[in-house]
Design a protein around this ligand. Sequence first.
Ligand SMILES: O=C(CO)COP(=O)(O)O
Length: 137
Amino acid sequence: MNIALIAHDKKKDLMISFVTAYENILKPHVLFATGTTGKRIMEATSLNVHRFESGPLGGDQQIGAEIAENRMDMVIFLRDPMTSQPHEPDIQALIRLCDVHMIPVATNIATGELLIRGLERGDMEWRKHRRTQTLNK
Ligand SMILES: O=C(CO)COP(=O)(O)O
């Protein structure tokens, strides 16, 4: 599965705890992240992460484009609901595209845990079939 990991600054330590705890589950998958989140994950774990731009510089939009192209299977986005972000429209657009294309998206750690457990259990296998289909047909 292609999995996007994103965390706002005040949630980055939480993301590191999360990926450390679930490193073995995440390892066989292809991981993507916004710039700083990806850097932090690679510094803290043995996971390899494809890094996009930092969120405020367009990283959320790049991940959104992957979703629109039917290339992203899951998004774990630990958002900070208490701090306003300069790129709030990009964040909303990313979450909207998850809804448009029915991509599982967690915006907090509690849902993130459920998605990871589901991933481990094989609940995401339907995405393999969906990914082979062309959208809008
Ligand atoms: O701002 C972000 C998501 O909206 C995250 O970007 P960074 O991972 O580059 O900090």
